[in-house]
Design a protein around this ligand. Sequence first.
Ligand SMILES: NC(=O)C1=CN([C@@H]2O[C@H](COP(=O)(O)OP(=O)(O)OC[C@H]3O[C@@H](n4cnc5c(N)ncnc54)[C@H](O)[C@@H]3O)[C@@H](O)[C@H]2O)C=CC1
Ligand SMILES: O=C(O)C(=O)[C@H](O)COP(=O)(O)O
Length: 380
Amino acid sequence: MHIVADENIPLIEQFFGDFGDITRVAGRTMTQEDVAKADILLVRSVTQVNRELLEGSSVKFVGTATIGTDHIDLECLKEAGIGFASAPGCNAQAVVDYVLSALSVVVDSRGIDFRDLSVGIVGVGNVGLLLRQRLEQMGLTVLACDPFKEEDDVGELTTLDKVLGCDVVSLHTPMEKGGDHPTWHLIGDAQLQQMMTDACLINACRGAVVDNDALLKHLHDNPDFVAVLDVWEGEPELNRELLDFCALATPHIAGYSLDGKMRGTELVYQGACEFFGLPERLKLGQFLPEPGIRRVDFSAEVPVHQALRTAIRASYEIRVDDGVMRSVIRHSQNLRESFDRMRKDYPLRRDTINLKVGVPARAHDLQDALEAAGFDVRSR
Ligand SMILES: NC(=O)C1=CN([C@@H]2O[C@H](COP(=O)(O)OP(=O)(O)OC[C@H]3O[C@@H](n4cnc5c(N)ncnc54)[C@H](O)[C@@H]3O)[C@@H](O)[C@H]2O)C=CC1
Ligand SMILES: O=C(O)C(=O)[C@H](O)COP(=O)(O)O
């Protein structure tokens, strides 16, 4: 078989080497010609997989090493009898780490405790549910809405209107233009007006879930409003003025932990094995390297809130990514190229669970709080 894969998906040679020969291509500019002779096509979020791309090709299976599938014309694949797999939940942990790091900056800037915050979650799927569990265990007030979920499965649900009343609103829906509950411009002028003037909006799902023009206007009119954007309407293009108004800005890297990326490859490998009736011979565990920073230790005297902030940022520091983004975009002559370059060259980052946190055996509150935030807590 012939496999055509995006050049930025890790471990393709390791997982797909036994399937056949592999050609790597640039995902953003993938053409009909690139995929013409492929049996298996492996993509990321930057490749639009549609009728036009697949026309006349021999593709039998498409895998996307992503959670989101809005770049894939699923109807077209179904009609053509092409097998498909995505990677549900692969980088959910990384997105939750991203939101926790953003929240740590918000609480610092306000001089408050995490537990003083109410957080509204829009979309309680793999990311939203994990976030909810983490935040509730950490003692924050959480409201959530999701028209497709049952309370028995994801906990108490409320309306979007109520969620918009929280101190922080975090978006975790797919990008969907059609259906009964579309998410395209789910947050527009009317919804922003419903939020508190000093509320914080976090978007780490898809850019167009927020009307970016409306958000920019809102930020102009409400200087205390806080926007944290990982995803941008029309990316890799983005509005430089909007970036300047954001409290934290990153280039669609919320899910970019090494663990999340590699898990994405493993999941599409599993999907391909199932589709072609082949045995699964490989497991991700054999490829994941040891984490760099392995352990931080706290004394019993460290206040819980401070230990949480320190551990969260030792694991993932959103302000570093924000600083890189501002500097790169400020000097960029070519926004598209710069945006994709930051993503391609993204430094190695690990999921929170890889960070061991040492805590004295008698410091039970500290242990509980750090475990709630997702750390591997070792009592000593
Ligand atoms: N910035 C990044 O690096 C990443 C972004 N993403 C994006 O985040 C999205 C969410 O990820 P997951 O939680 O894993 O997806 P998921 O599919 O597990 O959950 C999405 C949830 O949103 C709900 N939903 C759909 N329409 C809604 C609406 N109108 N209002 C409220 N809820 C609605 C669904 O019922 C579902 O429970 C993905 O679709 C993807 O686009 C995912 C991973 C990384
Ligand atoms: O999984 C998703 O959905 C995402 O948004 C990915 O983190 C995006 O990564 P790329 O596919 O663009 O590398």
